[in-house]
Design a protein around this ligand. Structure first.
Ligand code: NAD
Length: 442
């Protein structure tokens, strides 16, 4: 890059975006070059997809670090409200049109839509060279999670999933303490949540007229066509198989995150579930899911159990510590580490364990880490290729077991992670890779 480009970083950003090259987001050489000035705070242009609910804070964070040039929401009322915050942004109802019309004019995207529309929007963004901040769980299906990792690796764009606990020093410290061997060999992990806090286990809702402000067909996106009804949008879509990922998908990318980092819990070899029973339309009222992980060169084989809908691990495991609504417990031969919260940031050591001195890399903050990586700084931790994709795959495999456990206790499903397939039966293919409606692809 020549010196005049250095002097006009803003112009550079604009021109690379206009070319659709995505150099700025893919490459990170320029900030390290001699003479490169620290970039002004608002050099980046963002497009924000889904701008209420979690999208409110995601778009606000983007607005703190850049210019919001485009906003997209399928709800006209919500879009109009967001336009009051970002009056200069061009408005869209359909994210595909946003990319068609404006792809040359922004560097990064936030995606804060329901789970079933993350992948089509994110893959399109990555293929167009955009940095992507996408909410957790990264995707709705196992295939989408694998695909997101692959496309992130191919395109080399900066990515970050919205499991913000990853940036907490407490979470990183707990993971480092386990890795330092403070608990001795670990064979067992328990993780639980107070979710669902939305209806699950119900029959399909009675059809209702689509509200005037809602583009229902766009809200459905790649999911199978169904009539509008109350109890899907906003928020409660979490409880329906076609849109959400149940209590597990909603929380495990947070609550399993610390044990995942500590023990590298990727590529389970088998999964089994017990559930309240369900109709394969709405998720069950409760589930208990057993994951099995093979030994690695750093740790023995591990069994992890997930509990939701009021189910909890045996209290005796906590050795008198108070059980909280959500938590993670890592059980070692010498002692236990208990994270009594949703995000894995808090820590109690149980048994005769002393925390060793550990070194961790502090994060500037989860979204700031994303912005810094775009500007040539250190890579994000919860990037799609190496961290968030495999984490989401591991989490969502639990739902395969829940699907199979539609009448109480399900079969043990042996999993071939490399080929993304259950070993014994092709019966789960539809769940691993749901078909998209026409107009959507990844
Ligand atoms: N990281 C966290 O702590 C956290 C917290 C809450 C939610 N989330 C995640 O954020 C995402 C959104 O959850 P929510 O509860 O805010 O959902 P929501 O139902 O409130 O939807 C968010 C916004 O997206 C819009 N939207 C829906 N479909 C769209 C589409 N196809 N294109 C554009 N806009 C669309 C909605 O109208 C709404 O404004 C989910 O993936 C959820 O898991 C993360």
């Amino acid at each position: 890059m020549n010196s005049s480009s250095h002097n006009s970083r803003r112009g550079f950003l604009k021109s690379t975006a206009a070319l659709g090259v995505g150099y700025w987001v893919a490459g990170r050489a320029s900030a390290d070059e001699p003479g490169a000035a620290a970039p002004p705070a608002k050099d980046l242009n963002f497009a924000c997809i889904g701008v209420e609910g979690k999208g409110t804070s995601d778009s606000n964070e983007a607005g703190e670090h850049g210019h919001i040039v485009a906003i997209c929401d399928v709800d006209e009322t919500k879009l109009a409200k967001a336009a009051e915050r970002f009056p200069d942004a061009k408005r869209f109802y359909d994210f595909r049109e946003l990319f068609d019309e404006m792809s040359g004019q922004f560097d990064a995207v936030t995606i804060s839509t329901p789970d079933h529309t993350h992948a089509p929007a994110a893959v399109r963004a990555m293929k167009e060279g955009k940095a992507v901040y996408c909410q957790k769980p990264l995707t709705h299906s196992l295939y989408e999670a694998r695909r997101m990792s692959e496309v992130a690796r191919e395109t080399k764009v900066v990515t970050q999933m919205g499991n913000q606990g990853t940036a907490q020093s407490g979470l990183r410290r707990s993971a480092a303490i386990v890795q330092a061997g403070a608990l001795g060999p670990v064979h067992e992990v328990h993780v639980w949540t107070n979710r669902p806090i939305w209806p699950q286990g119900d029959a399909r809702r009675e059809s209702k007229p689509v509200p005037k402000n809602l583009h229902w067909n766009l809200w459905l996106g790649p999911a199978p066509r169904r009539d509008f009804a109350e109890g899907y949008a906003p928020f409660a879509w979490r409880g329906w198989w076609d849109f959400g990922t149940g209590a597990l998908g909603d929380m495990a990318c947070h609550t399993m995150n610390m044990p995942y980092m500590a023990l590298d819990l990727r590529d389970p070899i088998a999964v089994t579930a017990e559930t309240a029973g369900h109709n394969k339309d709405s998720y069950p009222k409760w589930s208990i899911i057993h994951y099995e992980f093979a030994a690695t060169d750093k740790r023995p084989a591990v069994k992890m159990t997930w509990y939701d809908g009021g189910k909890r691990p045996p209290l005796a495991l906590l050795e008198g510590a108070q059980i909280k609504d959500s938590g993670a417990l890592i059980v070692g031969e010498k002692g236990k580490l208990y994270a009594p919260d949703d995000y894995g940031g808090a820590m109690q050591l149980l048994g005769n364990v002393t925390a060793p001195e550990v070194k961790i890399k502090e994060s500037p903050g989860h979204f700031k880490e994303f912005v810094a990586a775009i500007k040539g700084g250190d890579p994000t931790v919860s990037n799609f290729a190496d961290y968030a994709g495999p984490l989401t795959e591991m989490v969502l495999l639990g739902n395969l077991a829940v699907w199979a456990a539609d009448a109480g206790n399900g079969p043990r499903i042996e999993w071939d992670a490399k080929n993304l397939a259950a070993k014994v039966t092709p019966a789960y293919e539809r769940l691993v890779k749901p078909e998209y409606r026409s107009g959507y692809s990844i």
